[in-house]
Design a protein around this ligand. Sequence first.
Ligand code: NAP
Length: 293
Amino acid sequence: MTIIDGKKISNEIKEELKIKIENAKSKGLGVPGLAAILVGENPASQVYVNSKKKACEKIGMNSVVEVLSEKTTETELINLVKKYNETEEFNGILVQLPLPSHISEQKVIEAISPEKDVDGFHPVNVGKLVIGLETFYPCTPYGIIELLRRYRIETAGKHVVVVGRSNIVGKPIANMLLQKKENANSIVTIVHSAAKDISQFTKQADILIAAIGKPKFITAEMVKEGVAVIDVGINRINSPESKRGYKIVGDVDFDSVSQKAAYITPVPGGVGRMTIAMLLQNTYNAFIKQKEI
Ligand code: NAP
């Protein structure tokens, strides 16, 4: 059994990007830039945005974080997005979700120029993904593709079962693996909460992707011998013995499932480590495209 090391792979990607950015800089092409916008004081969002900024700085990418008050109106936010659409030095724009309830997330996402939509959430980019055109892949599914690719896990002709159909993980990863392309070309099944017995599907998986949001939901009885398991879940559970009083676990019961799996991602240290790396990759890709290099 191989444990898929998201920390190692994400560091490799960041190192590769750092070198590419140094090269671009030395050729006088400038460096990629990411503008992140945060509305309100959600502590988790603050942590995410700050770690994205730090990650940019580490690889020589330019970044700015705009922190707006909870009371910001939808129009004010959209106007700021539009300002960054027109600012050449920022190639990617990220609006940290969730937004306060008086602001329509969909309207804000649609205000981002599709060329700068490094989260890959704009309907134009979602549509391009579905029909197999070049686009920005949403960062978490993109990270999954990179893990599979870099661990040389065959996807072509394999049965991938995705548990979960969210717009940020389940649907995009299913669509990406469905494409008749390298590192894809899979037979894809998506299951969700309407399924009466999900194990009849999960047991068939050569590759099982769990994006459910329920701690240790997938157990050994639900998978077949030799499966490759990608656990997207990030769940906080009580853990009186740990310093913080809680610990983070995935959607997969790692201890039992790892006895049967050929490959498995740990939580933490698996898919979660990849998301920021792929955001940086998307921002670099946007820079290359916009500079027409
Ligand atoms: P979500 O929007 O809540 O979607 C969860 C999906 O799981 C839904 O499609 C839901 O079905 C399905 N589901 C729930 N209970 C089920 C059951 N009993 N049987 C079958 N399907 C069931 O969650 P998400 O945003 O995709 O996130 C999923 C997990 O990944 C969370 O733990 C989240 O924290 C984590 N996550 C991690 C990263 C990262 O690593 N960077 C990024 C994003 C998310 P219905 O559609 O029928 O409700």
